[in-house]
Design a protein around this ligand. Sequence first.
Ligand code: ADP
Ligand code: MG
Length: 262
Amino acid sequence: MLKLQNVSVTFNANTVNERKALKNINLELENGDFVTVIGSNGSGKSTLMNAVCGSCNIDSGQIFVGDRNVTYAKEHKRARYIGRLFQDPLKGTAPNMTIEENLGLAYSRGKKRSLSIGISKKDLKLFREKLAELDIGLEDRMKIPVGLLSGGQRQALTLLMATIVTPQLLLLDEHTAALDPVTADKVMSITKKIVSENSITTLMITHNVSNALEYGNKTLVLSQGNILAYIEGEERNNMSLSKIMELYADSSGDIITDKMLF
Ligand SMILES: Nc1ncnc2c1ncn2[C@@H]1O[C@H](COP(=O)(O)OP(=O)(O)O)[C@@H](O)[C@H]1O
Ligand SMILES: [Mg+2]
């Protein structure tokens, strides 16, 4: 479903600030895989996602999404089949537009029909149902501007927008990290529900090792631009926080911070 072959990314090549953010990465996700990604600060997690969605250039290698070789595809073209969420809840939605207008825009993604035709009654009914499933009361507030919502509500809405037309691939970059713990848990459980109900192939970066082992079916551990481990099946079921820490200790001297563990 997603395949990276020998993908490398270097920032500021041939300068004193040269930084190899990804070093010859080979990675494969099967259809429906929900892969969590962990690694200390600067290990290349966001760069991996940026490479996949086309917001950063790669030096070498190939990237495939489904049957498509997307290595040279423009970011806006990839956005038709790759959904994406960032840490910042303000990023994915238009604050001056209403909830239903935002959803209308998201729903027209990849379709010929544009928003100017308006949102049909049938679409509104669908939006209401989808919002109700989030279970945070947004279905009764469809005409309010998104700028009035809390960070958590906004992130849940962004998640719905990214998935209302089922994407081939969903990329989540610490999308709950800016939320308070209770709201973060809520958004995580909404994420789990949406991803599993639609069997969306997903890569989710999390700063939290417990979350990484709790959610999804595989875990990718990055360290200094390399894949330190790709854990699945029995090995993953038996994986513990202390074993993850051993992995790190045996590697490059990357530091695990408390923030990653709790
Ligand atoms: N646009 C950029 N320009 C220069 N260096 C960058 C850029 N983006 C990331 N880096 C560097 O690449 C490395 C990996 O960064 P990143 O993928 O953001 O790490 P992570 O998301 O795991 O914290 C870091 O050393 C970071 O400083
Ligand atoms: Mg990052």
